[in-house]
Write a protein that binds this ligand. Structure first.
Ligand code: HAS
Length: 542
């Protein structure tokens, strides 16, 4: 792996894992404080810790890891990063890193205790919002680096289809650019002027709408890199072939166009948006499920074909041929398995009436611990075990493989306890985001306690999983640089497969369709929210 490219990738990954460690500590502590097990000194409270946990894990860990991973694959699949790509990558990293540091300082100072969704009318220090803006701008620059590399590759290879990894990286970053317009508008037009005191009030519903315009595609920004691993990397690891390059590209394009005009499914219970627009966005939400079902189909096909070429017999004989003892496969594979119930939970949330039962309960917290914190996180861990050796010219030793398998099991057990309890207790009404309380001794709330204990135990097991992960990373970095170098597994398509239609790389078409859908889904409700919204003075959280 090219050394300069490797350094850029490694720096992103280490920053991401540093955030994961800090976020994990905050997560453990918030769980203990919430459960009433401990009180922290200096007035450090539940919401402050929960903010640190959410921001560091959901926003910082994911974004840095994803950008590092995408750059690695773009470098691998197009040759080597061009000087301008590298410059954009490093500038993006510095801006995002600087923004993150400022944001974390303000959270630690208890001046930004507004949770990872930073909903108005809760008001943080203006510098927290400025820091967020820096992170977003930095990530745009990183995206431009990927676009530039892809653009130059296509110019130099006219008529050829782009490498699948690069194509998917471009879709992921285009999705990110379109999605972050919402949060950038919220931060720049609403939150910054309001928190500096330049305006007295804020239109809360507008701010939440802009947030969720960004917030839902955000979850696909987390998912798509995991899908890149499932589609491109896993076939190579299992000794098989990519089932269909065209199907993979199509599912990414569908995820892109349908992931954006669906933010209202997070606001189904909110007044101020009429039923029709909620219904329309629910329909579009169910459309975005389709490419995930296509992905499931494609993965099963890849596994089965690989198994059959190895001589597997019977309907399910191929399952036995999968390399379960190889952590590069096992960790992402468990991510896939978990994504089946996780996705089903998402469909429940998206069903307008069912959401009335689960909204704002711990069920939703359980949902996103299965999706992002299990399916996506396990896939990212599985990637890190070979990617860090690959970019540092080291070898993934059998010991690292074994420790990785342990780490995966610990994660699964911890998450089973934690997310399982969250889902169950959420269904019987236990709310999310509430500090320690006995609800005035209510009988119903007393019944929730065993689940909260199980959540705390699960959370503690997960923390052990994070510590083991850190140990493995240090082990990898301490291992000698050897003559044997870890391979960067990139799958190839079945022989004789058809070329994907040229239309797939006509970006103006896909971006155009997305813009049209966004206008249809958002114009009238947003005009309505602006005209009829009630402004709030808000309140400082510090
Ligand atoms: Fe979600 C809330 C709907 C997917 C993350 N979601 C959240 C929040 C987060 C989040 C963070 O409609 C909370 C935000 C907050 O703080 O308030 N979600 C969905 C739907 C999907 C979905 C319809 N969510 C995700 C993913 C996430 C994520 C992915 C992160 C990465 N979600 C909602 C809704 C809410 C929500 C509502 C708001 C709820 C409320 O009331 O507030 C779908 O995209 C899911 C589709 C997935 C599938 C599964 C396909 C399965 C595959 C695996 C195949 C396995 C194989 C291996 C091949 C249909 C691809 C098996 C092999 C064997 C041998 C067994």
């Amino acid at each position: 792996f090219n050394e300069n490219d490797g350094q850029l990738v490694l720096t992103h990954l280490l920053f991401a894992f540093g955030a994961l460690l800090l976020g994990g500590i905050a997560g453990l502590l918030q769980g203990l404080v919430r459960g009433g097990t401990m009180k922290l000194p200096h007035g450090i409270g539940y919401y402050q810790l929960l903010t640190a946990h959410g921001v560091l894990m959901a926003l910082v860990f994911t974004t840095f890891f994803i950008i590092g991973f995408l750059y690695s694959g773009v470098s691998k699949s197009t040759g080597k990063l061009l000087p301008r790509t590298l410059a954009l990558g490093w500038t993006g990293f510095l801006l995002m890193g600087f923004g993150t540091l400022i944001a974390v300082v303000f959270i630690l100072l208890n001046k930004a205790t507004v949770l990872y969704t930073f909903y108005a009318p809760m008001k943080a220090s203006p510098w927290f919002y400025v820091a967020l803006a820096l992170v977003v701008v930095g990530s745009w620059l990183s995206g431009y680096g990927i676009f530039y590399q892809y653009y130059v590759w296509r110019k130099m290879n006219p008529g050829r289809k782009s490498p699948l990894f690069s194509f998917m990286s471009v879709v992921t970053m285009v999705l990110w650019q379109v999605a972050t317009l919402g949060v950038a508008a919220e931060v720049l037009i609403q939150l910054i002027p309001w928190s500096f005191g330049w305006v007295d009030t804020i239109n809360v519903l507008l701010s939440r709408t802009l947030f969720w315009y960004f917030g839902h595609p955000l979850v696909y920004f987390w998912l798509l890199p995991a899908y890149i691993c499932w589609y491109v990397i896993i076939p190579k690891i299992i000794g098989g072939r990519i089932y269909s390059d065209s199907l993979a590209r199509l599912s990414f394009l569908l995820l892109f166009i349908f992931s954006i005009p669906v933010g209202f499914h997070h606001q189904l219970m909110e007044p101020g948006i009429s039923d029709f627009w909620k219904f329309l966005q629910v329909v579009l939400t169910l459309m975005v499920v389709v490419p995930s079902l296509m992905t499931a189909f494609s993965l099963f096909a890849t596994f089965e074909l690989a198994g059959r070429t190895k001589g597997a017999k019977g309907l399910f004989g191929w399952v036995k041929t999968l390399p379960f003892r190889d952590v590069r496969f096992f960790a992402p594979f468990m991510g896939m398995v978990i994504f089946i119930p996780a996705g089903a939970g998402g469909i429940i949330n998206a069903s307008y009436q069912l959401d009335q039962v689960v909204h704002n309960t711990l069920w939703v917290t359980g949902h996103f611990h299965l999706t992002v914190a299990s399916s996506v996180a396990l896939t990212f861990f599985g990637i890190a075990y070979w990617l860090i050796p690959a970019v540092t010219n080291r070898r993934m030793t059998p010991r690292i493989n074994k420790l990785g398998l342990w780490q995966t099991w610990i994660w699964i057990i911890g998450m089973f306890l934690m997310s399982g309890s969250m889902h169950t207790v959420g269904l019987v009404g236990s709310p999310r985001r509430t500090a320690y309380t006995t609800y005035g001794g209510a009988v119903e709330a007393a019944g929730w306690i065993p689940y909260h204990v199980a959540m705390a135990i699960g959370g503690s097991i997960l923390f052990v999983g994070i510590l083991l992960l850190m140990y493995i990373i240090i082990e990898i970095l301490r291992s000698p640089k050897g003559a044997e170098i870890e391979e960067f597994p990139i799958g190839e398509e079945q022989d004789g497969a058809e070329e994907p239609p040229k239309l797939f790389e006509r970006w103006s078409l896909w971006i155009g369709i997305t813009v049209v859908l966004v206008f249809i889904a958002y114009t009238i409700p947003v005009v309505d929210i602006i005209n009829n919204g009630v402004n709030s003075p808000g309140y400082k959280t510090w």
